[in-house]
Design a protein around this ligand. Structure first.
Ligand code: TRH
Length: 356
């Protein structure tokens, strides 16, 4: 089938990250023909840059405006149109669909949530005055939801150190073999300074990998740089491609992640993590976090439960780091559980089954 994915990049990387991951899964795992129309191609290209040319060449990454014309021809007419995160299709594109030789299905791809209510809305029709069938598709962890994006499925043991991406080679050569590695990718509101200062009070060496832009959050190069003792070392990173970022998560002992794509990859890395969920004004993010923790910690003992909840709500590391070994084992078990539950291909496979 032919798929057109519409991606509007609001302010972060998540929109592009999810669209790209879905596109490569549909194309390289499921043999579909995919185009992404995006209003910010440089960002999308940056994320996609690390992927093998055989995968990238099969997916068309196109400017938003080019969608207006080229689907009118029969050969280009899509079978499925995805509105990522409810973005509005361009009117001229929609007008073209109405006169196209075949009518596609439109999918409103929603945000990932662990909240129980999504299963009641997943797959429901959204009748439109233009008459083209449109459905809500809710990614989720439950069997009856739309699944999560699991591709590329991480290997059962972490990728070897010899597979280190070129963009990370220099930093990697500076890391200390015995130090615990922590990657940080969070929103500006996180209490990062205090968190790192408290981490420094632990009797342990840490190498902190700061993803692109995070050194500035700590005043590095911009003003009052954070002062930390020798045993905790900061390593600012460049922006790396999505595959390289996945690799980074798999090689760290602990990760701080944020929007939905890095959140899922941190789980698939099988390591403990803090999910710095995108803060919403009405505090809806707190409900979403609690819903996830209900699933994630099902079956965990009281100690691990309290430590994980404390960490995820930014309690200082000295209050919960004692549980790190138990949490690491739990992270590994959760990864295996997720892969089993999403068996058969996760979101991309469920989407195909839905439209098929
Ligand atoms: O960038 P995000 O904060 O995106 C968010 C989410 O989509 C959120 O749901 C939405 O409400 C908000 O935007 C507007 O975080 P996310 O989803 O984790 O996406 C980051 C992507 O960037 C992910 O695919 C990994 C990728 N990435 C790289 O490719 N290289 C890098 O160096 C880094 C740090 C990230």
């Amino acid at each position: 089938m032919r798929w057109d994915i519409f991606c509007q990049i609001v302010d972060n990387y998540g929109d592009a990250g999810v669209c790209w991951r879905l596109a490569r899964s549909l194309s390289s795992i499921h043999g579909q023909t995919v185009r992404i129309f995006c209003d910010n191609l440089p960002t999308l290209n940056l994320l996609a840059s690390g992927v093998h040319v055989d995968i990238k060449d099969k997916i068309q990454l196109l400017p938003w405006e080019s969608s207006f014309e080229n689907h009118r021809h029969q050969a280009q007419a899509p079978d499925v149109v995805i509105e990522a995160f409810g973005c509005q299709l361009p009117e001229r594109y929609l007008a073209g669909l109405l006169v196209a030789p075949k009518k596609p299905i439109i999918i409103n791809l929603e945000y990932l949530s662990a909240e129980p209510w999504i299963v009641d809305f997943h797959g429901k029709s959204s009748p439109q005055s233009h008459g083209i069938p449109k459905y809500f598709f809710f990614p989720g962890f439950q069997d009856q939801a739309g699944g999560i994006l699991i591709d590329p499925v991480p290997p059962s043991s972490p990728p070897s150190i010899s597979s280190i991406p070129a963009s990370l080679e220099k930093v990697w050569s500076q890391l200390r073999p015995h130090a615990k590695r922590i990657s940080i990718f969070c929103y500006p509101g996180a209490p990062l300074r205090k968190w790192l200062e408290d981490l420094a009070s632990l009797d342990q060496d840490f190498d902190i990998l700061l993803t692109h832009g995070h050194a500035e959050l700590l005043g590095i190069n911009t003003g009052q740089a954070i002062q930390l003792p020798e045993h905790i070392q900061l390593h600012p990173l460049p922006f790396v491609s999505q595959d390289e970022y996945d690799w980074l998560l798999s090689q760290c002992d602990f990760n701080i992640v944020r929007g939905e794509d890095s959140f899922v990859r941190a789980q698939l890395a099988g390591k403990p993590f803090i999910w710095h969920i995108y803060p919403q004004e009405d505090r809806a993010h707190e409900v979403k976090l609690a819903a996830f923790l209900d699933l994630y910690l099902e079956g965990a003992n009281q100690d691990l439960r309290l430590s994980t909840i404390a960490a995820m709500t930014w309690a200082m590391p000295s209050q919960w780091f004692g549980a790190i070994d138990a949490w690491s084992a739990h992270g590994e078990a959760w990864r295996a559980h997720l892969l089993k539950k999403q068996g058969g291909g996760g979101l991309a496979a469920r989407l195909l089954a839905f439209v098929g």
